[in-house]
Design a protein around this ligand. Structure first.
Ligand code: TRP
Length: 340
């Protein structure tokens, strides 16, 4: 049986945080370790540039940060191919071919992109590259014939778009060349972690994130500042656990479910203070993040080695993507000068 193929990635616009970890990194490592997947993990610098063209330095710096975060959480270069999007020219040509199969009005309907356009306050100046990035994402996925894409649930519209492109392409050019991908998402309710301030989204721009690279003190300070239940004023007051960020984090990170249930009961009955539950959460998070941080530091001590991993990964990715591109050119019929 041929192996399943994974292609996934992140835009390098900053360091990765625990939201990325629960949203997709954790799944990627688990899938990688099953041995059932040929795994490609891409640092999507081209996609990051679609709305950062005037600040390439940020993308360049973030590239290595994201690579370190990957290695730190256990993406293993001997099992997974880690590569850099801009080093794979075939992706750009595939994007160009797919662009002809997608209408502007279809792109306008993408809810994730719509949201981002609003958030980023582009007004009438949405970069064309940004507006069309779902098409380039289809190129990323199909170039590797990936059938499995472990991502956060905000990426479902990109997968939908990719499947449509695959179907159009295979229909028009009469060949089963491209593969329809499926998303691979975290279990319901456990894939999205709110920000420290209780905001539904953890993000760098909202300044409410715990980074995989944060040191012990920083983590502790952040945890102690977390949003809980604004009505829980005195320790003896009964507290709410719904919408209480500390308990949401405990649900996601603490493997000791019996203990979490016990704390929840006490909190709701009254008599359990916020400081106490925050201290407990701090212990849970420190235990989880310490080994990640230590591994990150080990890799960071040898940046030459990290660049080597990316270079080797990109060489391998180029071979695979070039092969798909050749098949696509053959199917369209534009390989004019080869004996096919
Ligand atoms: N859009 C993804 C993000 O926002 C990054 C990405 C680019 C990606 N190409 C991809 C994810 C292909 C999965 C598959 O982080």
């Amino acid at each position: 049986m041929t192996k399943h193929v994974i292609l996934t990635g992140d835009r390098p616009t900053g360091k990765l945080h625990i939201g990325h970890y629960v949203g997709s990194l954790k799944n990627r490592v688990a899938l990688q370790n099953t041995g059932e997947y040929e795994t490609f993990i891409m640092i999507a610098d081209m996609q990051a540039l679609t709305d950062n063209a005037r600040d390439p330095e940020k993308i360049r710096n973030s590239l290595t940060q994201v690579a370190l975060d990957y290695l730190a959480v256990g993406i293993d270069p001997s099992k997974s191919t880690i590569f850099v999007q801009s080093q794979i020219p075939a992706l750009s040509e595939l994007t160009q071919h797919y662009m002809n199969l997608v209408s502007v009005s279809r792109l306008e309907r993408n809810p994730t992109v719509k949201n981002e356009i609003k958030q980023k306050e582009f007004g009438k100046s949405v970069p064309a590259g940004f507006f069309t990035y779902p098409v380039s994402q289809a190129a990323d996925i199909t170039a590797f014939k990936a059938d499995t894409v472990p991502v956060g649930d905000d990426q479902e519209p990109m997968l939908e778009q990719t499947r449509e492109i695959v179907r159009s392409f295979n229909n028009i050019y009469g060949k089963e060349i491209l593969v329809e991908p499926e998303g691979y998402f975290p279990p319901k309710g456990l894939g999205r972690i709110p920000g420290l301030d209780g905001n539904a989204k953890m993000s760098k721009s909202l300044n409410n994130a715990i980074y995989l690279s944060d040191d012990e003190d920083t983590i502790q300070k952040k945890v102690m500042s977390m949003y809980t239940d604004p009505q829980h004023i005195r320790v003896e007051d009964p507290g709410h656990i719904e919408g209480n960020t500390v308990f949401t984090y405990l649900d996601i990170f603490d493997n000791d479910k019996a203990k979490v249930d016990e704390l929840k009961e006490q909190y709701q009955a009254g008599g359990l203070g916020d400081v106490k539950i925050k201290r407990y959460l701090n212990e849970v998070l420190q235990a989880k993040l310490q080994p990640i941080r230590e591994k990150r530091e080990e890799y960071a001590a040898d940046m030459g080695g990290v660049y080597d991993i990316l270079k080797r990964g990109s060489e391998k990715a180029n071979k695979v993507a070039n092969k798909t591109l050749e098949e696509v050119r053959d199917a369209i019929g534009i390989n004019y000068f080869t004996n096919k």
